[in-house]
Design a protein around this ligand. Structure first.
Ligand code: FAD
Length: 289
């Protein structure tokens, strides 16, 4: 596995990166940590004579709190998110989830933006961000648009990014008191075979709102609306069977594909177990003892 030769370009701004993409067209590709792109090139699945390295663009390294959101530049690495005191204060389960992505080598260079733009179906962040209600900022020229993560992820290795458009920022709502998030994964190989995230908001000691996202078993992560409805109205005294019901509903609702991680039936079983487990963790967090 050797890399084909390429010229490396290091823009210092988003317009400079766009200018390089316009100049080289299909002969250029963006990259950030390179953990996906360079692997694809080493395997001979793609070849680009020009690589545009986004790491030198300061605005893609933003990590700040603004308007009740955590704002994460696309070039922020998994490791930075795992260790950031700001992340741990505003969205602690994000740091927890990031700590379990890949291995320390991949986390230290791989970025949140690269993970989402590559759109591997076996993504922890895509599932987590769907449950958390995150939005993504995409830019081409002076045109900037903000879309939900659900709109962004179109399919395996396919996103809503237009040609020459960059993902610049990920906006994640901070978790105020009375809300909770939990994330679960199951892996047999390097990448997860299943990812589940659950968001809950409590009001008057009852679950007032819930979002459950299931990913990595099918083409794209998806919300399971009927399972979410089964959680609304639960209180700390509710029977644990109600959480198992949510798991069963989710297992029926998802459309898994069979692959090296297991059969359709096996994956439905994983979804059943992990959805109820993830919802139980979210319940414990939203109604602390
Ligand atoms: C061994 C291994 C284990 C892994 N395990 C997990 C796991 O457990 N969970 C999980 O979720 N992921 C896992 N991953 C995936 C990992 O998270 C990604 O490889 C990493 O986040 C990609 O980021 P990057 O910056 O290296 O992407 P790059 O390789 O630099 O880029 C990936 C793609 O995104 C495009 N791109 C990058 N940034 C932008 C941008 N700002 N705008 C537009 N396009 C852009 C590039 O053109 C390229 O096509 C694993 C990967 C490996 C190699």
């Amino acid at each position: 596995m050797t890399l084909p030769p390429f010229a490396l370009h290091r823009p210092r701004s988003v317009p400079e990166a766009e200018e390089l993409l316009a100049r080289y067209g299909d002969d250029a590709a963006l990259y950030c940590g390179g953990t996906e792109l360079l692997l694809v090139m080493k395997l001979g699945l793609a070849s680009y004579p020009n690589l545009v390295d986004l790491k030198g663009i300061p605005e893609l390294h933003v990590l700040e709190e603004r308007e009740g959101e955590l704002r994460v530049g696309a070039a922020v690495t998994h490791h930075q998110l795992e260790c950031s005191p700001l992340v741990r204060r505003l969205v602690p389960p994000l740091a927890e989830m990031e700590r379990r992505v890949a291995n320390v080598r991949v986390r230290s260079v791989g970025t949140l933006g690269g993970n989402l733009c590559f759109s591997d179906p076996h993504s922890d962040p895509a599932t987590f961000l769907l449950a958390s209600g995150a939005e993504l900022v995409c830019r081409r020229g002076s045109a900037e648009r903000t879309i939900s993560i659900g709109e962004f992820v179109r399919g395996p290795y396919e996103t809503a990014l237009e040609p020459k458009e960059l993902l610049t920022e990920i906006r994640i709502p901070a978790l105020p008191a009375g809300t909770a998030l939990a994330h679960e994964k199951f892996s047999m190989h390097e990448r997860p075979a299943l990812t589940v995230s659950c968001f809950m908001r409590a009001e008057d000691s009852r679950v007032a709102e819930a979002r459950i996202a299931v990913g990595s078993v099918s083409a794209i992560p998806a919300r399971v609306l009927d399972a979410e409805s089964a959680l609304v109205g639960l209180s700390p005294r509710s029977d644990a069977e109600r959480l198992e019901t949510a798991g069963e509903i989710a297992a029926d609702a998802v459309s898994p594909f069979a692959d090296l991680n297991g059969s359709v039936e096996y994956k439905r079983n994983l979804v059943r177990v992990f959805v109820s487990r993830c919802c139980a963790t979210a319940m414990e967090r939203v109604f602390p003892a």
